[in-house]
Design a protein around this ligand. Structure first.
Ligand code: MTE
Ligand code: MO
Length: 224
């Protein structure tokens, strides 16, 4: 296959080959797995440690999205597909929530304050068809990640434009990113450009590279 025919994701993988290789190796070796059963009632999932700062982790492609160039498509198996400009996105009912981040590289950060548009509101507008079972996030850097519709359809899931009351910084996915607090943070796509509803599951960038398809931190669904 020539480079021109390569999937955008493969090109993304070439941007930081060493990082992708080490993370694939960690998956094969089961790095950081404790084998401890995590209790749902415990706030810090097994094998995680707390950090106060907020590390930046991505494939190193800054897509340089601004509110002027940003747009979000919500489509696939829905009754009412839609596309928002930045102004249209901000005109939606605003949702505020406080939640924790759990990254598969073992850091967690408590009490992140998010503002944005809730998944519940999005679902009420687009109305997924009965056959829609999974959601794929697509990003401006060609990153993708998948999750069950049931996990997207949760009270704490949102498309965030602000963190701690301030606009989301570009290196953390600004102007807008997905936030899915109950799954490892690789499921929270930065620089979000499309939410696609599909019937049959389709693994995303890290899910195709040894990471768990689901990613529940409390049962240590790190690799799979
Ligand atoms: N678009 C995009 N989203 C992404 C990634 C990426 O490379 N591109 N990396 C994921 C991973 S592996 C993690 S741990 C988190 C890191 O988010 P942060 O840099 O804001 O901490 O973003 C996730 N979302
Ligand atoms: Mo990550």
């Amino acid at each position: 296959m020539s480079n021109d025919e390569a999937k955008p994701e493969d090109k993304l993988a070439e941007t930081r080959p060493k990082l992708v290789e080490s993370k694939e190796r960690w998956a094969r070796e089961g790095r950081l797995l404790t084998g401890r059963a995590g209790a749902r009632g415990e706030r810090l999932p097994p094998g995680q440690h707390l950090v106060r700062d907020w590390p930046v982790l991505d494939l190193g492609v800054d897509p340089h999205v601004t509110p002027e160039t940003w747009h979000l498509a919500i489509d696939g198996l829905v009754e009412q597909p839609l596309q928002w400009s930045w102004a249209q996105f901000l005109a939606q009912p605003q949702f505020h929530d406080v939640s924790d981040i759990h990254c598969v590289t073992a850091w967690s950060r408590f009490d992140n304050q998010w503002d944005g548009v809730s998944a519940k509101h999005i679902l009420s507008l687009v109305k997924p068809k009965p056959e829609a079972r999974f959601v794929v996030f697509h990003s401006f850097d060609d990153y993708t990640t998948n999750l069950p519709l049931a996990d997207f359809d949760d009270d704490d899931v949102l498309i965030a434009h602000s963190w701690q009351g301030k606009p989301l910084p570009p290196d953390h996915g600004g102007p807008a990113r997905a936030i899915v607090p109950k799954l490892y943070f690789w499921k929270s796509a930065k620089w979000l450009k499309r939410i696609e509803f599909i019937a049959r599951d389709r693994p995303g960038f890290w899910e195709e590279r040894g990471y768990h398809n689901h990613g529940d931190p409390w049962t240590e669904e790190r690799y799979g």
